[in-house]
Write a protein of this length. Structure first.
Length: 423
C-alpha cells in the first residue's frame, strides 16, 4: 500500500493532521491500534482549542453531541482558600480587545471517535492495526511503516513521510528515529481518574464567576491536586494527581485511593460528592511529563504528545496538539513541494514555533508549582491579568509574550539567585 503521509495513531493529533493535510490536497492513511470509542483522559478545552475545532470545520458536528460549555477555570487553593478564576476569552482580530469566547468540555471517547468518523466521511483511509517498524530508503530516510492487524495479518504502508501521532507511546522515539525520550519536571506524578454521576455541579449564584460546567481545579499542596470536569449532562470526570510514590506508600488499590483522596484533598471538592457514584473503573496515567529531542526531519515528524507533554493542570494538551496539526500540515506541504530542500532540517522553523508555545506554557506551570502563593498574587494583579487570560486560552505561540511571562521569569531568576547566595 502507498500514500503520501502515513500517520501512526488516530487520536486528535492523527485525525487533526489528516484533515489539515487534505486541505492541502495531501493524501494520508491513519493507522490506529485501538477500537474506538476508547477511554482517554484530557477532556477540558482551552478557548483557542475551541477555535481550532471550529477552524477544522467541526462546530456543527460538536453541536450534535451537546458537549458542556466551559466559561472558565476555577482554581481553589489549599482548604478552599486563595481561589482564583480565569474566564475563557478570545482576542478580537481588529481591535485586539478581549471578549468572552466559551469553549467545550468533551467526553474524549466520543470526541476522538467523532474526529475519526469525520476522517472516514472525508474519504481518508483508516486502518486498524499497530505500527511495528519504520521502513527506510537507501539514504536512511523514513519511507513507511510495517503493521499488524488485530487478526494477526502483517502489512506495509509506503509513504513520503511518517507522522508520529501515537501520543505517549512515542513510536518514532522508541524506534530510534528521533532522539531519546527525556523525563520532564513532573515525570514522577501519577494521575488516577474515573467518571462519576450525581456530582453536585456549581449552582447559579453560588459564586460570582463560576458557571455550572466550568473546569474546577483543587490544589492541596505542591504536586498534589484534583480536577473536576463535566463531560456530558450526566457525567463528570474527576482525577487526583499526586507523586507516584505517595500512591505506592498508601498501599491502597486505585479505586480506594481515588475515593479517599477525593473526600480529603480539598473541602471544595468533598462538598460536591454526597451521593456521587463512580460509573467507570479507576484508570491511571503515569510518567506523562517528557520531551523528545530532534522530533522532525527529512521523512518524519511528531505531533502532540508524541514529542512533548509538560503537565495537565491548565488543560493545554489538546490545544497544543491541534495547533501543531495545522502548522505541521503547512510545513509538510512545503517539504513535499521541495521548498526547504536545501535545509539540513526542513522542519526547523516548525519545531521552533511549536517549542516556543510550550516553553511559554512551561514558565506558567513551573511558577505555579514552585511558588503558588506568588502565582496567586500575580494572577490577581491588574497589570498581568489579561496576559494570564491569554495564556490560559492558549495564546502561547508568541515571541513577544504578555508581561506576566517576563515577570514570572524574573521571579524564577531572583529566587534561584537568592538560593545560590544562601548556599
Ligand atoms: C492526567 C492528564 C490529564 C489531561 N487533561 C487534559 C485536559 O483536561 N485538556 C487537554 O486539552 N489535555 C489534557 N491532557 C492532555 C491530552 O490528553 C493530550 O495532550 C492529547 O490526548 C494528545 O493527543 P494525541 O493525539 O497526541 O495522543 P492520544 O490522544 O493519546 O492518541 C494517540 C493514539 O495513538 C494510538 N497508537 C499508539 N501507538 C500506536 C501504534 N504503534 N500503532 C497504531 N496506533 C498507535 C493510540 O491507541 C491512541 O489512540 C491531559 C493529559 C494527562 C496525562
Amino acid at each position: 500500500m502507498k500514500t503520501q503521509v502515513v500517520i501512526v495513531g488516530g487520536g486528535p493529533a492523527g485525525t487533526g493532521l489528516a484533515i489539515s493535510l487534505q486541505k492541502h490536497g495531501i493524501e494520508s492513511i491513519i493507522l490506529e491500534k485501538e477500537s474506538f470509542p476508547r477511554l482517554h483522559v484530557g477532556e477540558s478545552m482551552t478557548g483557542e482549542c475551541g477555535a481550532s475545532v471550529r477552524a477544522l470545520g467541526l462546530e456543527e458536528e460538536m453541536g450534535k453531541y451537546k458537549y458542556p460549555i466551559k466559561y472558565g477555570t476555577m482554581v481553589y487553593g489549599t482548604d478552599g482558600r486563595n481561589s482564583f478564576y480565569v474566564p475563557v476569552m478570545g482576542r478580537k482580530k481588529d481591535t485586539n480587545e478581549l471578549f468572552a469566547q466559551p469553549t467545550w468540555q468533551v467526553r474524549r471517547s466520543d470526541f476522538d471517535k467523532m474526529l475519526l468518523d469525520v476522517c472516514v466521511d472525508k474519504g481518508i483511509k483508516t486502518i486498524k492495526g499497530t505500527a511495528l517498524e519504520v521502513l527506510k530508503n537507501e539514504q536512511g530516510v523514513p519511507c513507511g511503516v510495517t503493521y499488524k492487524t488485530p487478526e494477526g495479518e502483517m502489512g506495509e504502508i509506503r509513504a513520503d513521510m511518517v507522522a508520529d501521532a501515537s501520543g505517549q507511546h512515542t513510536f518514532l522515539s522508541n524506534k530510534g528515529v528521533t532522539g531519546k525520550r527525556m523525563m520532564g519536571k513532573y515525570a514522577k506524578q501519577l494521575a488516577i481518574y474515573s467518571h462519576f454521576k450525581n456530582v453536585k455541579r456549581p449552582e447559579v449564584g453560588e459564586d460570582p464567576n463560576l458557571k455550572t460546567d466550568d473546569t474546577i481545579i483543587f490544589y492541596q499542596k505542591r504536586n498534589h491536586w484534583a480536577w473536576m470536569i463535566p463531560i456530558n449532562d450526566e457525567l463528570v470526570s474527576i482525577g487526583v494527581v499526586t507523586p507516584a510514590e505517595y500512591f505506592r506508600s498508601s498501599r491502597e488499590d486505585m479505586k480506594t485511593f481515588l475515593k479517599r483522596e477525593m473526600m480529603s484533598l480539598n473541602p471544595e471538592l468533598a462538598k460536591r460528592l454526597e451521593g456521587a457514584e463512580m460509573v467507570e473503573d479507576a484508570h491511571s496515567c503515569a510518567n506523562y511529563s517528557y520531551q523528545i529531542p530532534d522530533w522532525a526531519g527529512p521523512g518524519f515528524i511528531c505531533l502532540g504528545d508524541a514529542h512533548r507533554f509538560v503537565d495537565p493542570i491548565f488543560s493545554l494538551g489538546l490545544h497544543f496538539t491541534l495547533v501543531e496539526c495545522r502548522k505541521a500540515a503547512d510545513a509538510i506541504a512545503d517539504y513535499m513541494n521541495g521548498k526547504c530542500a536545501d535545509m539540513a532540517n526542513p522542519f526547523e522553523e516548525h519545531m521552533k514555533f511549536c517549542e516556543l508555545g510550550m516553553d511559554n506554557a512551561q514558565v506558567l506551570l513551573d511558577v505555579f508549582w514552585a511558588y503558588p502563593f506568588a502565582f496567586s498574587l500575580y494572577i490577581r494583579d491588574a497589570k498581568y491579568r489579561d496576559g494570564f487570560i491569554d495564556l490560559f486560552a492558549g495564546r502561547c505561540y508568541v515571541t513577544d509574550p504578555p508581561a506576566c511571562i517576563p515577570a514570572l521569569r524574573r521571579l524564577q531568576a531572583e529566587v534561584s539567585n537568592d538560593e545560590a547566595v544562601a548556599a
